[in-house]
Design a protein around this ligand. Structure first.
Ligand code: ATP
Length: 235
């Protein structure tokens, strides 16, 4: 579904991504794990055209997308939930969700997807008329994910959804990521520092260190790999 071939991305003179090559199949949950500053967010931002690569290719369903604008990439079915949520704090929950569907014209489908996100996160329905900025951190993460789902993406990019959340909320969020993947057939690319939880729901994983992919394997094998355990799982 998505393929990165030798992607190199820079911030001025600083090279953040070095020959990143990876692939994501239709229907998979793939995780990219790595330490602070390894290049996880930059990988996602390169895919969505926010920080386009200087060289290399990004293919989505066989089409080169690395020179397209973010709006064109979103229109093809890729949607990102950025690190730190970035919901609209002054808008209500309902208005935030409406923003997610702004490219769509199928009223029936939008209604259905609204029912779906309210079924996933009933608390958002209860708070639908409250300002997004008044929600707790966990609720804002739920809102950010729901806003992305309102665009009906085929590929959902999640940047550290567990960041700053309590363990119970983290478990709930990861369970719902798995549910979205199964029920909506949404392919998921999950960037995480919380390697343990991410690998538990993923099919496969990639490890990134200082801008390079250093390891890739099935999630099960990564969970039992001694180097991964030592560096990322605290074992
Ligand atoms: P984190 O978990 O802290 O978000 P990350 O793995 O997502 O880390 P990136 O944010 O992709 O890492 O950063 C990769 C590298 O690029 C780091 O060395 C970082 O300092 C650098 N970098 C990121 N954003 C910028 C920027 N706007 N300008 C200059 N350098 C940047």
């Amino acid at each position: 579904m998505l393929e990165l071939r030798n992607v190199q991305t820079f911030y001025g003179n600083i090279q953040a991504l070095k020959e990143i090559t990876l692939e994501i199949g239709e229907g998979e949950i793939i995780t990219l794990i790595g330490a602070n500053g390894a290049g996880k967010s930059t990988t996602l931002m390169s895919i969505c055209g926010i920080v386009p690569p200087r060289s290399g290719e990004i293919l989505f369903r066989g089409e080169r997308i690395e020179r397209l604008g973010t709006d064109q990439i979103v229109a093809r079915g890729i949607c990102q939930v950025p690190e730190g949520r970035h919901i609209f704090p002054q808008l209500t929950v309902q208005e935030n969700l409406d923003m997610g569907a702004f490219l769509r014209t199928d009223k029936g489908g939008i209604r259905q997807d609204l029912d779906y996100v309210f079924a996933l996160f009933p608390i958002l329905e209860e708070r639908r008329h409250q300002a997004g900025g008044n929600l707790s951190g966990g609720e804002q993460q739920m809102l950010a994910m729901s806003r992305a789902l309102m665009a009906r993406p085929d590929l959902l990019l999640l940047d550290e959804p567990s960041m700053g959340l309590a363990p119970l909320v983290i478990r709930q969020i990861f369970e719902i990521i798995r549910q979205i993947n199964q029920e909506q057939n949404t392919t998921i690319f999950l960037v995480e520092q919380n390697a343990n939880q991410a690998l538990r729901i993923a099919n496969r994983g990639y490890v990134i260190e200082t801008g390079r992919i250093t390891l890739t394997d099935s999630a099960d094998r990564l969970l039992t790999n001694p180097e991964v355990q030592k560096a990322y799982l605290g074992i």
